[in-house]
Write a protein that binds this ligand. Structure first.
Ligand code: CA
Ligand code: CA
Length: 243
């Protein structure tokens, strides 16, 4: 009888019930202070199953290293032909022809000038048509340098092949000058630097004598006679140009 009359009070005393503890609200406690609280009832039955929660998201791992390059893909089909371009302007050859004509005129002028210079040079050197002519820069130097200087001028070292040429060099040089003749290849056998055995010679008495430590080059003395001499000595450089 007591239990049935105090049931509402008990319900008031139970504000929140969990599986482990019972919390009592402030209002309920006030009520309970006046009326003795009963023992808590049994746990209720489990409620219906809740809806399925959203899928969780785990921690994303670090990005791995790039993989190996795959094999090349197949060649694609050829593209469609492009749009045809507009027709170009007609070429103008007149500019090129004018330039060519100017160049030809300039070449004729230069050739005329060159011929004029050649005539002046021949006149100043006393050159006779059909005959060799000789040029000197008036410097003395070893034979090797004379050869190099003449080669630079596309000429050779003065080499008299007869008495007339010997006289021409003698008159032009005015002082001892190297000739393009040596016995450097075989001692005692003088030859032309350009090749071949001597066709003419004009040795001074008792020359060539290969004096001292040896003399393998030849100079034309002021009197027109020849003397073998050391190639490292310095004498006048005279170059010879063909006829
Ligand atoms: Ca010699
Ligand atoms: Ca000598």
């Amino acid at each position: 009888m007591f239990l049935s009359s105090s049931l509402p009070v008990l319900l008031l005393c139970m504000l929140t019930a969990s599986s482990s503890e019972i919390k009592i609200s402030e209002d309920a406690l006030k009520t309970c202070s006046a009326i003795t609280c009963g023992i808590p009832g049994r746990d209720g039955r489990d409620g219906p199953k809740g809806e399925k929660g959203e899928r969780g998201q785990g921690l994303r791992g670090l990005q791995g290293p790039p993989g190996k390059m795959g094999p090349p893909g197949n060649t694609g089909p050829p593209g469609a032909p492009g749009i045809k371009g507009t027709k170009g302007d007609r070429g103008d050859n007149s500019v090129v022809e004018t330039k060519l004509a100017n160049l030809e005129a300039e070449m004729r002028r230069l050739k005329s000038e060159l011929d004029h210079v050649k005539k002046l040079q021949a006149f100043s050197l006393g050159k006779t048509p059909g005959k060799k002519f000789y040029v000197t820069n008036g410097e003395r130097m070893p034979f090797s340098k004379v050869k190099a200087q003449c080669a630079e001028l596309q000429a050779t070292v003065a080499t008299p092949k007869n008495a007339e040429e010997n006289k021409a060099i003698q008159d032009m040089a005015g002082s001892p000058a190297f000739l393009g003749i040596t016995d450097e290849v075989t001692e005692g056998r003088f030859m032309y630097v350009t090749g071949g055995r001597l066709a003419y010679s004009n040795w001074k008495r008792d020359e060539p004598n290969d004096h001292g430590s040896g003399e393998d080059c030849v100079i034309l003395l002021q009197d027109g006679l020849w003397n073998d001499i050391s190639c490292s000595s310095s004498f006048l450089a005279v170059c010879e140009f063909p006829a």
